[in-house]
Design a protein around this ligand. Structure first.
Ligand code: NAD
Length: 274
């Protein structure tokens, strides 16, 4: 299956659409991942804290899709930050996944109060050198946290996975990423489903004979973002990947731009989240 990719600053590439599996129970994850891979997805986003890495690993094997054709991301949970703890947490994630490498390993939150994300990043550099984390990046980092990693190690994360959807478009952070060669990945791209009934979105969907979810996912793609919508429902998993048979026009893009709101954030604020 040919699908759009984003090229990362370490020369590797990531499929632009992935399946998110937050709140997907471990036993459900097996069928969900198998369904997604059979529908054409080649990118799965999990995390240690989702407690479904084992199910994701089983789903990968069940699908029969070759390992080298799949892009797997997992994340280091906050209470495992620190150099040695990170190395141990990574080994445990790989073991649960049943894999000998992941395509991308992320620091899940900066958790600045712990004062340990730079030590974790140094462990990430080792994991990359060993080839067990093919690419390394971060999640929920603000500019100050990104610059601290870059300043202390000279190594820029390949991407930052952040809350991003039409009501919270993160223009300033996206600009800072572009200046530093960091790709932007959108979590809760559908606003956890809350955006699907927005009249601006539903009217664009109607105009194109598409669903609201397809319109929003296409908006992320057209903005160069890597997007990881979540669903456990096979028909929606397929729908969310079928976003290339139509095109948003200038008017649509402008209407969606207008949904951005200063208090559109749904999740925690990364500066204070522990
Ligand atoms: P989302 O924005 O992807 O919304 C998912 C919800 O939207 C579903 O539960 C369902 O209710 C609805 N939905 C999805 N497709 C639909 C469709 N076609 N039609 C109708 N309804 C549909 O929310 P999310 O799960 O929060 O985010 C996606 C992924 O991002 C997560 O699964 C996870 O992998 C990642 N994430 C990462 C972080 C982080 O801190 N790094 C935080 C939150 C989420």
């Amino acid at each position: 299956t040919s699908q759009p990719i984003v090229t990362l600053n370490d020369s590797r590439s990531i499929p632009q659409i992935g399946l998110g599996v937050w709140k997907t129970p471990d036993d459900t994850a097996v069928a969900v991942v198998d369904t997604a891979l059979k529908a054409g997805y080649r990118h799965i986003d999990t995390a240690a804290i989702y407690e479904n890495e084992a199910g994701v690993g089983k789903g990968l094997k069940a699908s029969g899709v070759a390992r080298e054709d799949i892009f797997i991301t997992t994340k280091l949970w906050n209470d495992e930050q620190g150099f040695d703890k990170t190395l141990r947490a990574f080994d445990a994630s790989l073991k649960r996944l049943g894999l000998d490498y992941v395509d991308l390993y992320l620091i899940h939150w900066p958790s600045p109060a712990r004062g340990a994300y730079v030590d974790s990043w140094k462990a990430f550099l080792r994991l990359k050198e060993e080839g067990r984390a093919r690419s390394i990046g971060v999640s929920n980092f603000e500019v100050e946290h990104l610059d601290r990693l870059i300043g202390e190690t000279g190594v820029t994360p390949v991407l930052n996975q952040i809350e991003l959807h039409p009501r919270f478009q993160q223009r300033a952070l996206r600009k800072a990423h572009a200046q530093r060669g960091i790709a932007t990945q959108s979590w809760s791209p559908l606003g956890q489903g809350t955006l699907l009934a927005d009249p601006a979105i539903t009217s664009i969907a109607k105009k194109h004979g598409r669903t609201p979810a397809q319109v929003i996912i296409r908006w992320h793609i057209d903005n160069g973002l890597v997007v990881i919508p979540k669903s456990v429902t096979p028909s929606r998993i397929k729908e969310n990947f079928d976003v290339f048979g139509f095109k948003l026009d200038g008017e649509d893009l402008k209407a969606i731009e207008g949904l951005d709101s200063r208090d559109g954030r749904i999740g925690p604020n990364p500066v204070t989240a522990e």
